[in-house]
Ligand binder design. Sequence first.
Ligand SMILES: C[S@@+](CC[C@H](N)C(=O)[O-])C[C@H]1O[C@@H](n2cnc3c(N)ncnc32)[C@H](O)[C@@H]1O
Length: 380
Amino acid sequence: MATTFTGLEDVAASEVESLLGRRAELDVSKVVVECDKRELVRLVLASRGINKVFLELVDATVSGLREVGDIVRSLDLRGVVSQDQSFAVRAERVGTHDFTSMDVAAEVGAAVIQSYLEATGVRLRVDLNDPDVELFALLRDDRFTLGVNLVGRSLQRRFYRASGHRTALPATLAYLMVRFSGWTPERALIDPFCGTATIPIEAALAGLDVCPTVYRDPRDLALTRLRLFEEELVESVRSELIGSERRERELRVIGSDVSPRALEAAKRNVEAAGLSGKVLLEMLDAQRFELWPKLGELGADALVVTDPPFGIRSGPSDPYEFYVRSFSSIRRGLRCGTLVAIFSKHVVATRALAEAGWSVTASRRVKYGHLEVLLVRAEA
Ligand SMILES: C[S@@+](CC[C@H](N)C(=O)[O-])C[C@H]1O[C@@H](n2cnc3c(N)ncnc32)[C@H](O)[C@@H]1O
């Protein structure tokens, strides 16, 4: 069970299918795939657009909290938690119920302890801060799912990010935007509002077949604390993925921004990602994009993938005029090409793109956290 952003389940599923060669099923903000243990490790280490991966233990329809407890009590958890390990239950509840998500967590936690005690005579330790095994219980209306968290903190955490940046896009969302755009490494890709360069970096890593999670500190991956996954297995999948990188590939991936501070952060991230020489960074005002002297190098099939100001958390005061000026200049500069962008001001963005001469060919609402953004694909 792999979680992603609501609205992008199909894009995430296509990544999972291409990684495992197996059919993935779509669900709300997640995709589900049947696979063996090695493939599961591969999914954790190789996916770029997935936020978390869980090993699903239960997926059932229930009539209430009591039944949730009954189902969990009937599980044999000896293969999942060892006697000397601690565990925690995190719970989420969606829909109308006469109990809270904390009640769900408490019910599941008590049922785990009881079932384990009956099977082994051992009372499992609960550690809510730093558990060895984290169980995730989701009750959506009458559907109860229970899974073991295989990643710990979200895979959005990338090894190349030196520090958090207020407006930085989640890396997994940046990758899904690149995937949604249909970019292939032979084409030029440019992000004219690159900020800390999340989109260019995610594109370049994908273009070189580099899997970012391979470089995450292994101690920060829940998988390595689970007895289910032998160290040799994880190491063998990791070496296989590193062995198939294509770092020699030539890329035309460009990030530009008007802010020197943003570009400094972008440069640090690009270097930390090992992408110096692969991602070009330029100082450019997107409203004057067409004046950029290197435009001729982009070719006729360049793609723009971007998260402009107001996209999520930043921006000047008149978004409509700003978008019309910027996206007109980008269109005139490229002459043809495809644009993929996210906006939080849905109506303003759609009107401004039309005014700037872009035809929207696909759009969808994407949710993450408390934000709902409009993801657009448009042709010049
Ligand atoms: C929402 S942020 C992009 C964040 C980026 N996706 C990241 O992950 O860090 C928008 C960026 O647009 C830049 N920006 C604002 N006005 C601009 C302009 N006229 N031309 C180019 N960049 C501009 C800002 O400096 C900011 O870095």
